[in-house]
Each structure stands twice: as C-alpha cells, then as structure tokens.
Design a binder for this molecule. Structure first.
Ligand SMILES: *Cc1c(COP(=O)(O)O)cnc(C)c1O
Length: 501
C-alpha cells in the first residue's frame, strides 16, 4: 500500500511564527542593503565564469535546506554580484530605480497570490488592476473608459496593441483564417528610431519583417509626415494593406517624440490604427508643460507604456491602453468549456480576455502602491526632476572643453569624449573617436562609478545617459563629466594610433 500522509508537513511549508521571524530578518537585511547602496559600485567587473563560480555549480541537492540560511545567502549573492539600477548613478538603457513600496507590495502579492486572469479568482486584485489602468489613463490624459491590461513590459504591451490593431483593421477574419497568401500584405509604418519590438511582433505574429516600413526622420529624429504619407500611398497602389502606424512618445535611443497630433490626423483620414509606443516617455505627458506633440498621444487608438520605467515600479510592469475596450476583447477572448465565470451587467473584468496571458500574477499591486504613495503631484515632480537633471547633465557636458554634447530629449542626454588636441571631422579621426568612445563606455560600465549606455547617431558613437531615477541628485550628475574625461584620457593614452598623435 502506498503511504497516505495523515498529518502532513510539506517540504516547502513554513509555519506562521517562523515566517514572521525570517521575514523580519529578510526585511532587516534589505534595509541594510538600501542604506549602503549609494556607497556600493553600480556594477562590477566580473566575467560570467567568476559569477558562476561564486554561485557554485553542483547538482540540485537531494536534501532541502533551512529557509533562513537560503534567504540570507540569496541576498548576499545578489548584493555582491549585481548591477544596481537602484543606485543614484545608474543611467543605463531605460531602467528605473525601483520603489521600495513596490518591493514590499510584491511580497504581499506573492503571499496572497491572487490569479488575476479571472475576476472570480481575484476579486479585489482585479479591481485594483482595473483602477490602476484607469489611473494611468487619467494621469496621461487618455480617456479613462479605455480598456487596458498590465503585462511584463514594453515589448509585450506593444504586442498586445499590435494584435488588437491587426484584428481590428484586417479586412478579413484573421483570428479564424490567419494571414492568407493572396489577400495582400498587412503593412505597418514606424519611425526609423522605433524599438526592436516591432520587428519581433511582425515576425512572431506572422506578417514577416518585410511588413514593416521604416519611415525616414527629420533632423530632430522625428518621423517625417511627408515620407509617411508617400509610403502609404505607394503601398496602397502596390496592393499592400496599410493597417497600423506607430508613433514614438520618446524613442529608446534619444527620447525623440514624433509629431503625434499630425500622425493621428493622418490615421483618421486614412482609416489606420494609430498606436503610440510610449514605453519610456508616455508618463511625461502628465506634466502640464509637456509639449503638444507628446500630449497628442491622447488621440491614439492604443498606447503602450512601462510602469517599470517612468513610474519606477520594480520589474516587471508594462501596460497597454486601448481607446475602445471591445477591441481588446475582440482580439483576445476565448470561452473554453472549462471556464465558468459570472455574467450579467457588471461581471467585473476577466483580464485573460485582454491580452496574451491566462493565469496572471498580481503585478498591479506594486504599480498601484507606487501611484498612491507619490500621488499625482509626486509622480509629476519626480518626472520633472529627472528631466531637469538630464538637462543639467547635458549643460555640464556642453561646458566641458573635452566633451561634445549631442542630443537632449525628455531625460536622455548624449555626448562624447574628444581629446583636446584632436580635430573632429576627417574620416580617420572620426573612426578613432568612435573606437575611443566605445572602449570608454566599456571602462565606464565595468568601473562601477557610474553607469551609462550608448547611442549611435549618423554613424557617431555617443555615450548616453537616461535618468529615470528618483535617487539621482545634482551632485551625481555634475560628477559625470570629470569621470568621463578622466577615463577617456586614460583610454586615449593606450589606444591613440601614431599618425593621429
Ligand atoms: C523600453 C522600451 C521598449 C521595450 O520595453 P521592455 O519593457 O524592455 O520590454 C519598447 N519601446 C520603447 C520606446 C522603450 O523605451
């Protein structure tokens, strides 16, 4: 006979009193970590093999271990071998310092563990997610009767909008019959600075990479309307089926904002879906002083935006808003026989009908808590401060004789190091300056004093700092030029080829 446990103590169970004790211990250690974070290196110069060796490479242990030791060990491993985007001098890519309240919210979310796929499985959590979506819409001036859903990040948030647009604008029933050869190629239009998600979406969702038209940009790296119009006209004449235009509310490279009101107008005229990729910049539309081009995202059919960027939510949190909620349901809803959910006038939102996921975690809580902790005024002030600090950084770079400030948009500033005795312009020197700045970037990233990434504009390799960081202060920003020039001079001494010197 097999053994049936009468009284069970499962291998992963933790008694409530023990949970209390080790939970306090974890929170204490994390508070110590936060207190010492500004003094730690932003990143470390460690190879994958070193990190792997620190972790150990043994097989899964046969026997379990006490949770307290495991938790302490995981905090130590991460604190000693990580890049810290919560550090005041982290300005790489577009990743935010995480809200402490969001971290604690994740603990609550995981402990309660609602499955926010169906309202009936997560009554309060579903209402909190619906309210979060509504508040995000209100914050940026989008109609709050919109549909919306949280997802893992900007990529998936954009995918949700892409699929909603494909279903709404394809002249046949794509959900039943797919993309049929002979019906004509569904075609999407995006600015040349658009994030790679669009290529991934065109590939994964069956249109193919050739279905994306990369529209030329102007001197400020904004989509050119005349080029967009020409491309649509040419494609219609060629038998293609334009369905989607994507405008950028802050490109990932330089923060450029496309002329969104004009694109919206064109899309209305041409009966095209107007999607705004605001993964980075959409939250800046909350600022009263935001430019009209950015505020034009209010005219979109859909918007993707990342709470884990400019709402500072801990990873992961993306969000899609769609003007007409029914468009999301029409794109995503299925009613399998094994679902039994309430119906009626107000059955509550079943979020599985609004996106790609079925079972869903409670990522809304950390976003909702961050919004409430800061309030609308607090959110606006943090974003405004990030922008002001980015401008201050740009001015500090412009003022330094050995730095060249290039672009500044939203909270992204780009610049490069040019040794004082070099004349810019000729091809050989430019090739050297690109190599020099690329190596300088590597030194900065492993040096641990500050963390930036890069942009390439018109074949020029630039250092790029993006401030979505509520911990950054003016002194941090003002320290960067001196650091860049100090490391740059050292790299230059090592790398300079003889003919240039
Ligand atoms: C960051 C970003 C994305 C991708 O978002 P993830 O959260 O990394 O998936 C897409 N578009 C823009 C404009 C972004 O800045």
């Amino acid at each position: 006979m097999e053994k049936v446990p009468a009284d069970r103590h499962a291998a992963v169970e933790v008694d409530p009193e023990e949970f209390r004790a080790i939970g306090h211990e974890v929170v204490n250690e994390l508070a110590d970590f936060l207190a010492t974070l500004p003094q730690r290196p932003v990143a470390r110069d460690e190879a994958p093999a070193q990190v792997r060796a620190a972790l150990g490479t043994g097989p899964l242990p046969e026997a379990g271990s006490p949770p307290e030791a495991l938790l302490r060990e995981s905090i130590r491993l991460l604190a000693e071998h990580s890049l810290f985007n919560g550090h005041p001098r982290f300005w790489g890519y577009i990743t935010a310092s995480p809200t402490p309240i969001g971290a604690l919210g994740d603990l609550i979310a995981a402990t309660m563990n609602p499955n926010v796929g169906g309202w009936g499985l997560a009554p309060m959590a579903s209402e909190i997610e619906a309210q979060t979506v509504r508040w995000i819409a209100q914050l940026i001036g989008f109609p709050d009767g919109c549909g919306g859903v949280l997802s893992s990040g900007g990529n998936v948030a954009n995918f949700v909008a892409f699929l909603t647009a494909r279903r709404a604008k394809a002249p046949w029933d794509v959900r039943q019959t797919g993309l049929r050869a002979g019906d004509g190629q569904l075609t999407a239009y995006v600015s040349a600075g658009t994030h790679t998600w669009i290529e991934k979406a065109a590939d994964l969702f069956g249109l193919g990479g050739q279905a994306v038209r990369w529209i030329a940009t102007d001197a400020d790296r904004r989509m050119r309307l005349d080029a967009l119009e020409d491309a649509i006209t040419r494609d219609r004449q060629g038998g293609f089926i334009p369905f989607l235009v994507v405008g950028a509310a802050g490109t990932v490279g330089t923060g450029a904002v496309d002329p969104l009101p004009a694109i919206a107008e064109l899309c209305r005229r041409e009966d095209l879906w107007f999607h705004v990729d605001g993964a980075y910049g959409a939250f800046a539309a909350a600022l009263p002083e935001a430019c009209e081009d950015l505020k034009g995202l209010r005219d979109a059919d859909s918007i993707a935006l990342d709470p884990h960027k400019w709402l500072y939510s801990p990873l992961e949190a993306g969000c899609t808003l769609v003007r007409q909620p029914r468009h999301m349901i029409e794109a995503f809803s299925f009613h399998p026989s094994y679902f039994h959910f309430p119906e009626g006038d107000d059955p509550g939102v079943n979020f599985y009908e609004f996106g790609l996921q079925n079972s869903r975690g409670f990522r809304a809580l950390k976003v909702w808590l961050g919004l409430r902790h800061a309030g609308r005024a607090g959110v606006i002030e943090m974003i405004r401060d990030d922008i002001a600090l980015s401008r201050a950084m740009h001015e500090a770079a412009a003022a330094h004789p050995e730095l060249r400030a290039a672009t500044q948009d939203l909270s992204i500033s780009t610049f490069r190091y040019v040794p004082g005795d070099l004349q810019e312009g000729d091809a050989e020197t430019e090739t050297y300056l690109n190599a020099l700045n690329e190596e300088l970037l590597t030194r900065l990233q492993v040096g641990g004093e500050a963390y930036v990434s890069n942009a390439v504009i018109d074949d020029t390799f630039l250092l790029r700092a993006c401030i979505v960081n509520f911990r950054t202060r003016l002194a941090d920003v003002q320290a960067l030029p001196e650091l860049v020039v100090r490391l740059g001079a050292a790299v230059d001494r090592e790398m300079r080829p003889a003919p240039l010197s």
